[in-house]
Design a protein around this ligand. Structure first.
Ligand code: MN
Length: 134
């Protein structure tokens, strides 16, 4: 039996980036020769990211619960385990949990030349979040 121990503490991200309770476990951090930034993210019911973009795009892969995702100008979409969502480079969007369910996803993005994987915007308001999913 071989166990590889987890040694990196779970992070609580800054409040201006997320609404509600969100917990982030790092899977991969960019380093010389690798641009991959990957995290496992737990969202409590009602929690969601602020509006944001990714310079090189982002893939999320839902592993648990029920989530919501929306691109600017589009409908709110329900996302479930096994679903994957690709956000185009520069496409403004948010993702988070459904109002009454936890959601867990793996998020993968490649950083730009400055090491950034995301550019943050305004919080998703309760009014925006409360729109009926399609
Ligand atoms: Mn994103």
């Amino acid at each position: 039996m071989q166990i590889t121990r987890s040694s990196v503490a779970t992070m609580i991200p800054p409040g201006e980036w997320f609404t509600g309770a969100v917990f982030v476990d790092t899977i991969a951090a960019p380093s010389e020769g690798s641009r991959l930034s990957a995290h496992n993210v737990h969202f409590a019911p009602g929690a969601r990211a602020a509006w944001h973009t990714h310079p090189n795009g982002q893939t999320i892969y839902i592993t648990e619960g029920v989530g919501l995702a929306q691109r600017r100008g589009g409908p709110i979409e329900v996302i479930r385990p096994g679903d994957r969502v690709f956000f185009e480079p520069g496409e403004e969007h948010w993702h988070g949990a459904a109002p009454d369910r936890f959601m867990v996803h793996v998020a993968m993005a490649e950083v730009d030349d400055e090491g950034n994987s995301v550019a943050w915007g305004e919080p998703v308001t309760d009014e925006e979040y409360g729109q009926q999913p399609e």
